[in-house]
Ligand binder design. Structure first.
Ligand code: ZN
Ligand code: MN
Length: 483
């Protein structure tokens, strides 16, 4: 990522992040928001289909969630909010306008601190301040489904289940300097929203980002439709390279809206950039202004310890490495799981096994801690660690138990029996060592003549013979003794 084309010189990126709020019903109607596994167009009513005469009714909980987000992002919550109509025509928008906020959003002027990886990109300091311009509420449009890609599909299908899902839109100032910083920022944002219990980042399309990018003080292009969190870095790197190549050839970047094609990993010109006046914003006549100042102090009290604070507390309270604290606090479910384990077990050992081993196994399976906790409880994890500490199982046996619990469930003691994971006694180790020595004369000879690496090979052979149920350190001692 450190290539010429993606370095940070003159790159400015601002984001509009749309996050779905996990209320029970939609923003302006009683339809259920739990649509992710439903047939298309089954979570709809007159209001979210935009039928004539249907009136919106504001979901108070969604507004409260929006305020919660604004407070967690250190914003100034405004005394009152007003919904506006943003007029444009697109098939995913059945009314011909989106109900959003324009003047009088929920909040202004926030701040998020991010940590840049490896001591700063392009010489930037460790703690980077990303200013939040505004936070507002709006409804999600429906979802267009293409057969193939947007520019080759012969027709598009539309699903209105998503129409009217409450979104909180978080707009940053153009304070981000590289695709990598954007990824770190979005990670931080996702983490904070998860802590607030208003957002589930594991749901498909839960966070969608539009990015404004300019290079060297030139015009900006807006890239829309970066729907997967993983695509952000790729989409932005492509766009920066494209703009730099234009500049190099003496051409100008035009102010335009581009679409990110996730299949090909490129951005395509969609239309010239629309201006705000094109949308003919005006206050939504079917909704009254809402005073929110009275709600703020109560909601402030509901803000939990946030990731940054928790990270610092973990390092000092549990005396664990910063890297471990980072991994453990990113996802609130992992943080809670760790704390439960650490309350019954050595906190340092728990950190290693949760942050390195369990988290690694989750990543490998692409599942979240929330999902995993249906199969692995903190008590089971503690039981497994106790067996490991007592030497009943080896490190490999312990890892095996975690994998088994994640894949099939079960209790550690039962898995140890069923899979024969109990460590073996010294008599059995000795027997295996003697057999390996007999079977590997060359390696034994190598070791005797000073080739120390032959020992690793011999230990490996014994581990294989004992199916990982011996402690490699013990095996090594046994071999040295017997040769
Ligand atoms: Zn509805
Ligand atoms: Mn928006």
């Amino acid at each position: 990522m450190k290539s010429e084309s993606t370095n940070t010189n003159g790159v400015k990126i601002g984001l509009e992040c749309h996050a779905q709020l996990i209320t029970k019903s939609k923003l302006f109607c009683p339809c259920s928001t739990d649509y992710h596994n439903s047939e298309p167009n089954t979570h709809v009513c007159a209001t979210c289909l935009g039928l004539p005469g249907a009136l919106p009714v504001v979901n108070e909980r969604a507004i409260r969630y929006g305020i919660k987000v604004a407070l967690a992002l250190n914003c100034e919550v405004q005394p009152q909010i007003i919904f506006y109509r943003k007029n444009y025509y697109y098939p995913d928008l059945p009314r011909g306008f989106q109900i959003t906020q324009y003047d009088f959003p929920i909040a202004l002027n926030g701040l998020v601190q991010i940590e840049s990886a490896s001591g700063g990109d392009g010489g930037r300091e460790r703690g980077i301040r990303i200013r939040i311009r505004r936070v507002h509420m709006e409804e999600d449009p429906g979802r267009l489904v293409y057969k193939g890609t947007i520019d080759t599909a012969k027709y598009s299908l539309v699903d209105y289940n998503r129409s009217g899902i409450p979104l909180v839109e978080i707009v940053t100032e153009p304070d981000l300097r590289s695709p990598k910083e954007v990824r770190i920022f979005l990670g931080e944002l996702r983490s904070i929203l998860g802590y607030l219990s208003v957002f589930d980042g594991d749901l498909e399309g839960a966070m969608r980002v539009d990015a404004n990018i300019s290079v060297g003080g030139g015009e900006r292009a807006e890239v829309k439709n970066i729907s997967s969190y993983k695509d952000v870095e790729r989409a932005l790197s492509f766009e920066i390279t494209r703009q730099k190549n234009l500049v190099r050839r003496g051409l100008k970047v035009t102010l335009e809206t581009r679409h990110y094609d996730e299949v090909r990993g490129i951005t395509l010109s969609m239309r010239t950039k629309e201006f705000e006046h094109d949308y003919r914003y005006f206050p939504e006549p079917d909704l009254v202004p809402i005073r929110i100042s009275d709600m703020v102090s109560e909601i402030k009290g509901e803000i939990p310890e946030l990731p940054d604070e928790k990270k610092r507390r973990f390092v000092s309270q549990y005396s664990i490495a910063r890297e471990h604290a980072n991994t453990l606090t990113y996802d609130i479910n992992i943080a809670d799981f760790y704390e439960e384990v650490a309350s019954k077990m050595d906190a340092g050992l728990s950190a290693v096994w949760v942050a390195d081993v369990l988290k690694g196994e989750l990543n490998y399976r692409g599942i979240s801690m929330r999902e995993a906790s249906k199969r692995v409880s903190a008590d089971d994890f503690v039981a497994m660690l106790r067996y490991f500490k007592k030497g009943v199982i080896t490190e490999r046996g312990a890892t095996e138990i975690i994998r088994e619990m994640l894949d099939h469930g079960g209790k550690p003691d039962e898995i140890i029996k069923r899979k024969g994971l109990a460590s073996i006694g010294s008599a059995e180790i000795e027997k295996a060592v003697l057999e390996v020595i007999k079977e590997n004369e060359n390696a034994v000879e190598d070791y005797r003549t000073g080739k120390k690496e032959a020992l690793h090979f011999l230990v490996g052979q014994v581990m294989r013979k004992t199916r990982g149920r011996a402690n490699p350190k013990d095996v090594s001692k046994w071999i040295e003794e017997k040769i």
